[in-house]
Write a protein of this length. Structure first.
Length: 205
C-alpha cells in the first residue's frame, strides 16, 4: 500500500473508532473498545507512530483507569476576533492556529479555562491541547490532545450544543513515541495547575 493510502486508511479507521465512542455516549465499554482498537493500530498499522523496531514488542498504551467524572460538557465561548497564533512544535516548525474561543469546564472540583483553536490550513479543524500538573512525570511533558478533528479526534456535542470533553480520551501526540513526528505543543494558556488523572499516560509510565 502506498504511503498516502496508508495514511488515508489510518485516518479512516481512527474516525470510525471515534464515531463509535460518540455513539456510545459515555459508555465506558465504548472507551475500552477504542483503546483496544488503538492498541491494534499501534502494533500493526504501517502508519503507527511507533518506530518499526518497537512494534513487535508493543503490548499496549498506558492509561489511567477510566473515570466517568472526567467526562464533562462545556459551551464554547466564542472569540469572534481571536488572534492568529503560531504554536511551537516538537521539531521547531511553526504551525498557525486561530483562537476561536474558550471552554470553562469544572475538572476535579476546580474550574478551568482552556483555549480552543482552529487550524489555519487547508480544510481547517478544531484543536484543543492541554498540559496538566503531572506533565513530565505521569503524563507527556509536551501536553496531550483532547480534540484534533483533522485527525478524527472529535467527541461530538451534547444535546444543548456544548462540546463533549471526555478526558478519558486524552491522548499523546505522535512525537511522544518517535521524535521524527512534528507535533504542536500545548501553549501556555492551556497549561493547567491540576492533575488530570485520565486518558493516556506518558510512554513508559
Amino acid at each position: 500500500m502506498d504511503r498516502p493510502l496508508e495514511l488515508m486508511d489510518w485516518k479512516r479507521r481512527v474516525a470510525a473508532m471515534y464515531a463509535a465512542v460518540r455513539e456510545g455516549d459515555g459508555d465506558p465499554e465504548a472507551v475500552q473498545a477504542f483503546r483496544r482498537g488503538k492498541d491494534a493500530l499501534f502494533a500493526g498499522h504501517p502508519q503507527s507512530p511507533l518506530p518499526e523496531d518497537r512494534r513487535a514488542a508493543f503490548t499496549g498504551l498506558p492509561y489511567f483507569p477510566h473515570d466517568p467524572a472526567w467526562r464533562v460538557a462545556a459551551h464554547l465561548e466564542p472569540e469572534p476576533d481571536g488572534p492568529e497564533l503560531v504554536i511551537p512544535t516538537s521539531t521547531g516548525e511553526p504551525t498557525r492556529f486561530l483562537r476561536v474561543g474558550f471552554v470553562s469546564p469544572v475538572l476535579g472540583g476546580a474550574a478551568v479555562r482552556l483555549a480552543v483553536y482552529w487550524l489555519q490550513g487547508y480544510g481547517g479543524g478544531v484543536f484543543l491541547p492541554f498540559r496538566d500538573a503531572l506533565a513530565g512525570r505521569q503524563t507527556y511533558g509536551g501536553g496531550r490532545y483532547l480534540l484534533d478533528t483533522v485527525k478524527g479526534a472529535d467527541l461530538g456535542t451534547a444535546g444543548d450544543g456544548a462540546l463533549v470533553l471526555d478526558f478519558n480520551m486524552a491522548f499523546n501526540p505522535s512525537c511522544a513515541y518517535d521524535p521524527r513526528w512534528s507535533c504542536p505543543l500545548a501553549p501556555p494558556e492551556n497549561v493547567l495547575d491540576i492533575a488530570v488523572t485520565a486518558g493516556e499516560m506518558a510512554p513508559g509510565a
